[in-house]
Each structure stands twice: as structure tokens, then as C-alpha cells.
Design a protein around this ligand. Structure first.
Ligand code: CDP
Length: 256
């Protein structure tokens, strides 16, 4: 594991052979695995392993709003609680939710809200609890992606899934899906989220330096990479229903 200590950042983020430090090409994603329906007490749940990130999402709702004063008479509300476990990063993270977690929770809610029909659920809340148990760059994007899957797993009507990933610039080159070390030691980090029903970007943050002329290229690369992640999301959901169907057929077979 690479230690994220400023003075110890590697001088170069590319190897002699042109590959990134973890062996990837510039447009290559880290390995991604997803699962749904893994927490029995949640209305919907999902888990993602994205590179070294490991993240759970649990969805509840529509349900009563606590505290009551947060409820809205004309629409439902979406509340997101992104938390990073103290053991999820190299330095011990303080257990109490800090400013960063509150900001990321708000960002994720903003990304997901456009795909929900909140106006159909006045006075209620949808709540998403996200637990990052291992973190290595891009957790806000992986969390958005897995939260969207957990919403779908809960059977909540949605206009589409949402997919997010961080793209950026390292050692003067544009790359997709920054790892933790690339996020810290690179020149620019640009997390983006896409809502597929309207093909729009529902999150675009930027930290670092990049020429404006590079923005078009990196957004195009981001969209291509996001399509691959979207396919994994869809297949993960499909597999759940295929397995339910197989179980029903097996049971029917047993009855005959
Ligand atoms: O995770 P994301 O890239 O969305 O957010 P960030 O604030 O840019 O953090 C980048 C990475 O730094 C995280 O994914 C963690 O691997 C690491 N980090 C850390 O080591 N300690 C923290 N307290 C916060 C983040």
C-alpha cells in the first residue's frame, strides 16, 4: 500500500513503459465489482469494490422524517450520510463526521436528486447511508455510483441510474479514474457524475490546474469510461433478477 504523505509522493506517476504506477493505461479504469441486496435490514443496498475502495450503501424510504421540521409539505426529501471509517485511510480518521464528510454527503444528494420523483412523496424522506470501509481515491464518485444502485435495488422509481468517476491530469497527461496517489500528487482532479436519462452532468467539481482546451477531451474520455461503469451497474441489477427468477423456477420444479 502507498502511504499518502506529502513529502513522500513519488516523483513520477508514470513508469518507463508509459503505464501508470498501478500498471494502467491512461484511459483504463481500476477493476470494479458490484453487488446488490446485501443488507437484510435496509430497503435496498449495494456494495462496490473499485480499485482499493470498498463501500456499502443502504437505502431506506419513503419513510417518516426525523426530525419532523425537516419534512416538506410538497415533496419528499433526500438525505445522504457519507461516512469514512476511521480505519479506511492510512492516517486514523477522526470518528466524528467532519466538514469533508458533510460536504460530500451534500454533493452526493445533489447528484442523485435529479433522478428521483421526490414530488410524488410529500412529507417523507429517502435516506442513504454510505460507509467507506477502505478508501483509495474517488470515494465520492464510487459512493454516488453505489448509492444509485442501492436506490434501484430498493425498487424506488428512478428516471435512470447515476454513474460518477474522477478524471484528471497527472504528469501533464489526461487520465481517467484517479487512484488515491494520483489524486494527491497529480495536477488536476475532476469528479463528474452523469444522469443517463438526460445525458447531463449532475456533478462537476475541479481541484488543481488544467488548460480550458483540455476540458472537452477529458469530459469525452470521462463519458466513455462512465458508460463502461454503467454497464456493470445494469448487469449487477439484471443478475439479481435472473437469480430470483431461477430460484422461483427451481421451487416450481420442486413442486411438480
Ligand atoms: O475520495 P475522494 O477522491 O472523493 O475525496 P478526496 O477528499 O479528494 O480524498 C482523496 C483520497 O484521499 C480519499 O479517497 C482517501 O484515499 C484519501 N483521504 C485520506 O487519506 N484521509 C482523509 N481524511 C480523507 C481522504
Amino acid at each position: 500500500m502507498v502511504l499518502l504523505i506529502k513529502d513522500e509522493y513519488p516523483e513520477k506517476l508514470f513508469q518507463e513503459n508509459g503505464k501508470r504506477l498501478d500498471g494502467r493505461d491512461k484511459k483504463e479504469l481500476r477493476p470494479i465489482k458490484m453487488e446488490v441486496d446485501i443488507l437484510k435490514n435496509a430497503d435496498g443496498s449495494a456494495y462496490i469494490e473499485w480499485g482499493n475502495n470498498k463501500i456499502f450503501a443502504a437505502v431506506f424510504g419513503p419513510r417518516e422524517v426525523h426530525p419532523h421540521h425537516l419534512s416538506k409539505p410538497d415533496k419528499g426529501i433526500l438525505r445522504v450520510f457519507y461516512r469514512m471509517a476511521t480505519y479506511s485511510v492510512f492516517d486514523r480518521k477522526r470518528p466524528a463526521p467532519g466538514r469533508r464528510e458533510k460536504e460530500i454527503s451534500m454533493i452526493i444528494a445533489d447528484c442523485l436528486e435529479p433522478v428521483l420523483f421526490l414530488e410524488l412523496y410529500p412529507g417523507t424522506a429517502f435516506e442513504i447511508f454510505i460507509e467507506v470501509i477502505d478508501a483509495d481515491g474517488g470515494t465520492r464518485c464510487a459512493s454516488t455510483t453505489v448509492a444509485s444502485l442501492a436506490l434501484a435495488d430498493a425498487g424506488i422509481p428512478m428516471k435512470s441510474l447515476v454513474t460518477a468517476l474522477a478524471v484528471g491530469k497527472i504528469d501533464g497527461e489526461l487520465v481517467v479514474d484517479l487512484s488515491g496517489i494520483e489524486d494527491k500528487a497529480g495536477e488536476g482532479d475532476l469528479p463528474i457524475a452523469i444522469t443517463w436519462f438526460n445525458d447531463e452532468i449532475s456533478l462537476l467539481q475541479f481541484d488543481g490546474e488544467m488548460d480550458l482546451s483540455e476540458l472537452d477531451t477529458i469530459l469525452k474520455d470521462a463519458k466513455e469510461a462512465a458508460k463502461k461503469i454503467y454497464e456493470i451497474q445494469v448487469n449487477t441489477l439484471k443478475n439479481k433478477y435472473i437469480s430470483i427468477q431461477n430460484n422461483i423456477e427451481k421451487e416450481k420444479g420442486g413442486e411438480d
